[in-house]
Each structure stands twice: as structure tokens, then as C-alpha cells.
Ligand binder design. Sequence first.
Ligand SMILES: N[C@@H](CCC[C@H](N)C(=O)O)C(=O)O
Length: 284
Amino acid sequence: MLIEVEHWSGAGNRFVIVDKRQISINSQWNILVNSLCKRKNLPDAEGLLVLLEKNKNNSTCKYDFYNPDGSTGIMCGNGARCAVRHANLTDNVHLNDIELILNGCSYRAKLFDNDRVALELPLYEELRFIDSWIYVNVGSHHIVIDARSIIQSLDEFHQFDIIKFAKENLNFYREKTKIRNLNLNLAYLDDVDQSMIYLRTYENGVYDETQACGTGAVSTAVGFWRKNIIKNTTIHLMPKSQRLLIVHLKFDNNQESILGMILEGDARQDAPVTQFDIKSMKYQ
Ligand SMILES: N[C@@H](CCC[C@H](N)C(=O)O)C(=O)O
């Protein structure tokens, strides 16, 4: 049986999107996801979004997110932003206040400037300062490392072998946090522009460096602000893809406690729709 697959990216983070409403049988997405992410003539996707429901009358859409290794139930910031733009394009869901239900959790989002999506996240579930690094849970689990503790310059930061570093150090962070599904973020604060952070992320479930990570950007912004490394409450983060992400911290009236975070960046369709055979688990 053939299904249609869409190819998207949010700030360079690559996704495939499938509309479950086109399929009459129940598919096991956790088994199909790995083959769906291995695309023909396109670099591998870094996650799958499955559209479950959409209601344009009340601007609500419902998607599930899967990592390429089949794991699910995890928050994906860039995937969420692609889902919102996808819902808007395919069914004209209202631009200015969209409710996205991703893996059963509700988020609000806005669309602007054609391809930009601002997604509101609730306050992080947990934030811990451990030794010189930070652990943040924003629905996915992040280690944030201030790159200046291991790297001397921005050039060195771009050259750094993050895959080797992750392979050598992930177990150490897992042991310390007692959490297995960790993403590793290496963050370098610009020497001149103190509101700009360069960010590289090794992602759980992909087991590779991705082009960008939305929840990694949010975790880094909030972690660096809480640690006083950064003073601005609007923080620019430049991922590997060079497609900028912006995080706005939202405060209470006294400007003291963070209430939530807004993640802003582009979300685009990258290539024409292709067909995938769910029986042979191959693209046509
Ligand atoms: N790319 C994502 C994060 C997706 C979840 C991650 N792979 C995990 O398993 O924690 C993002 O944009 O947030």
C-alpha cells in the first residue's frame, strides 16, 4: 500500500510528515519510522510527524512525533513548529492562535512572515546545575555544556568532533542525571554579540548531530539565563544549519520568575511529496 510522504524542515531540522487520515489500516509508525527517515535523493530525516486530526473551526491540530529509532512521547520543538505550519497550509488552520496537541500535550502557536512559527512552551519541568554543566527537562531531556570550558575559539567550536565527544561522554551524563534519553548541546556564547549563542546538538533517538534542535535551543537559552551567562531575555541561537532560532523568555509581572518560553524560527516544505510503500517499507 502506497502512502504520501511530505518532506519538511524547521530551522534545518529535517522531518517527514504523514497524514494518518489517508490510511485505512492501523500502521505501526514506531516500526516504519526508520525506513521513512531513510529518504531517496534527500538526506536522512531526523524525525516523523503523523497528522492524526485537524479542526479548522477551532484551529486545533493533533500530531504524534517519532524519533528515527522508533521512540515517541518526546517533545520536539522544531517538529512542533513544522506541524503547525503544515496544519495551516493543508487545511487553512487559523494563523494567529493555533492549538497543537503533540504526543498528547497541548501547545499554542502563531504563524507570521510567511514561513515563521512561534511556539509557546510551558516552564521547564526541571533544571539542575551539575558541576559546570546544566540539565534541563522541557519534555525532552537536555545537557547544556558551555563550550568555553573545553574550546578556545568559534573556529574550534565549528570544527569540534561532537559525535566523538557524545560517544565518549554520554554514559557519564546518564550516570550523573540517572536519565538515559539525553540530548547533548554544546553552546558557545559569541565574544562580541552577547545575545548570540552558537549551538550544536547530538540528539537522542537520532544518535547523530542534527542540523538544529528546538528544545535544545530552549534549554540552552533558559539554562544560560538562569546561570547568568546571558542577560538578554530574547536570545538568538545559531544552529549548525545556520537558520536562526530565537527564544523569548516570558516573565511574571515582577520580571523575576520565568513563566514559559517561546521558540521562534522558520518551518518549510523542502521537496515535493513522494510515495512510500508500507508493505515493502521502501520509497518508490
Ligand atoms: N529535534 C528536536 C528534539 C527531538 C527529540 C529528541 N530527539 C529526543 O529524543 O529527546 C527538537 O527540535 O526539539
